[in-house]
Design a protein around this ligand. Structure first.
Ligand SMILES: C=C(OP(=O)(O)O)C(=O)O
Length: 528
């Protein structure tokens, strides 16, 4: 009997899978060099065309976020700026496979080393198109995985994920990867168990494995006791998930009959494409950092993005947060290099320091407000003066738009409660329209444990009494002052944290769309 092998990773999509391991091998290009540069050019052109055709077929069979990923890949393959350097290298004597690999690798490095999640997430999409063309060039086909396989390797391509039939189970265990990658996002929305970050694990693995993507582990050659324990956890998870699905279309109510509003958190307008609006009470947090890519967004681009979500939500509230750049979300040309960026010029501090950028976002929000039930909130508020200065800019821009005859509306203006000064002394904020607790940042600041540092993750707990006591006192302040208080951090979707949040007095949570059903089911079990 081989010894059990246990590897630890990070959960990227909760669930359990038991099945044969399938190694995801990198493309090894065994290429037959052609006689002339013209033949090499033709070979590359044909391979790009074949990859484009394959993607177009997949796009036609896909919708929502998956289609958006594939459309990005299609656009890249059709972009001369991407393919041009490879053809130029062929013209000076390179074989097509080397020319293509080098041209794509040069692009991919830029994505991989970007300090923005958005671009880093695109790196896997770029590697995918590089490998698809290389495979066609070298006539190397992808080995077929057995049904219910657990894919194991460095990373998995989005097209591989989308072409796999997950109906008979299976899962993903990656040495690298990221919970913020596009494949992780797809895995969560399709319920495919996935773990990432296995680190320095063996190059190849074989045999049947047990994947526990709820706690982030995989076991090979498990003992009988491990198999039995795994199956018990797996069936309890399946039962919880099935039961949760029955709550999705119902309003969230505790066991004692208390109604709780459950809204969604989105990071990009396309997120709403796959959400049935009737299953949520609105958008509790729309992040706007996605707009701040390589260049600062213009007013029209922002207006269209906000309007799309407002129209989707019909009359439900949509809370849009002004840009929260800085900290773990740097934006080139906007944020500044700092020794301690979590405590630096980020969120509203940066917007107020760069009013010419902030005013563009304000105008787009004021114009979008006429298309739905908009609320606007400011991130990283520490003192009331910041709120007042931001509100004054809204009033000025509103007057300027009105003077030009532009249709606009002043939305209610509220703040995030994520800096301890606000949570400890909320009485300074009696004038704001609403308070939304950002539990991710509030927890990291109260516990002095960075949210992106795995070595202090044990300290970064929303359920620490210090954090819960602050949340309860903010909720009590809101009740006393008749100021609505909600919570838009990830804790709102964590079934283990939900009872404590409701006990702390919260009645308005917002969660990532994939957690809607689980959150509603957890609320139904609360008997306070
Ligand atoms: C919702 C929050 O904001 P962020 O986008 O920083 O996670 C939070 O801090 O809880």
């Amino acid at each position: 009997m081989p010894e059990p092998l246990r590897l630890k990773g990070i959960s990227a999509s909760a669930g359990y899978a038991e099945g044969p391991l399938f190694n995801l091998d990198p493309v090894v290009a065994r290429y037959n060099r052609k006689a002339t540069a013209a033949d090499e050019r033709l070979a590359l052109g044909t391979a790009i065309k074949a990859a484009t055709g394959r993607l177009a077929t997949l796009v036609a069979a896909t919708e929502g976020d998956a289609a958006e990923i594939l459309e990005f890949q299609l656009a890249m393959l059709e972009d001369d700026a991407l393919t041009g350097p490879a053809f130029a290298a062929i013209a000076v004597g390179q074989p097509a496979n080397t020319a293509w690999r080098q041209a794509l690798d040069a692009e991919i490095v830029g994505y991989e080393t970007s300090d923005q999640d958005y671009f880093r997430a695109r790196a896997a999409d770029m590697r995918d198109i590089r490998d698809q063309v290389l495979r066609t060039l070298t006539e190397e086909s992808e080995a077929a995985a057995p049904a219910g396989a657990i894919f194991y390797g460095e990373d998995i391509a989005p097209t591989r994920f989308l072409e796999t039939d997950w109906s008979s189970g299976g899962g993903i265990a990656l040495k690298a990867g990221s919970a913020a990658s596009h494949v992780a996002m797809l895995a969560r929305s399709r319920g495919v168990p996935m773990i990432v970050g296995l680190g320095a694990s063996p190059a190849h693995l074989a045999g049947v494995a047990l994947l526990d993507a709820e706690h982030g582990g995989i076991i090979l050659a498990p003992s009988r006791a491990e198999v039995e324990a795994f199956r018990r956890k797996s069936s309890s998870f399946a039962a919880r998930r099935d039961r949760a699905e029955t709550f999705l279309t119902r309003p969230a109510v505790t066991n004692a009959g208390t109604a709780v509003r459950v809204q969604v958190n989105i990071a990009d307008p396309s997120d709403v494409n796959s959400i049935d609006v009737s299953t949520c009470d609105g958008v509790g947090l729309m992040r706007t950092e996605f707009l701040f890519g390589k260049t600062l967004p213009d007013e029209e681009t922002q207006y269209r993005a906000y309007r799309k979500v407002l129209e989707w939500a019909e009359d439900r509230p949509v809370t849009i947060r002004t840009v929260d750049a800085g900290g773990d979300k740097p934006v080139p040309g906007f944020t500044v290099e700092e020794g301690n960026p979590f405590l630096g010029l980020r969120g509203i501090r940066l917007s107020l320091a760069r009013p010419e950028v902030f005013r563009v976002q304000i105008r787009a929000l004021l114009r979008a407000a006429i298309h739905g039930n908009l609320k606007v909130m400011f991130p990283m508020i520490a003192v009331v003066d910041e709120y007042q200065r931001a509100a004054a800019l809204f009033a000025e821009e509103k007057a300027a738009l009105a003077a030009r005859g532009v249709a606009q509306k002043m939305p209610p203006l509220g703040i995030m409660v994520e800096v301890p000064s606000v949570a400890i002394a909320p009485e300074a904020f009696a004038e704001v329209a609403f308070l939304s607790i950002g539990s991710n940042d509030l927890t990291q600041y109260v516990m002095a444990a960075a949210r992106d540092n795995a070595s202090v993750a044990h300290l970064n707990s929303i359920r620490h009494p210090a954090v819960l006591r602050l949340i309860a006192s903010v909720a009590a302040f809101g009740r006393a002052q008749k100021i609505p208080v909600s919570l838009c951090g990830d804790a709102g979707g964590d079934p283990a944290a939900i009872p404590a949040l409701i006990e702390a007095g919260l009645r308005d949570l917002s969660v990532v769309p994939a957690q809607l059903a689980m959150a509603k089911a957890a609320i139904a079990d609360v008997s306070i």
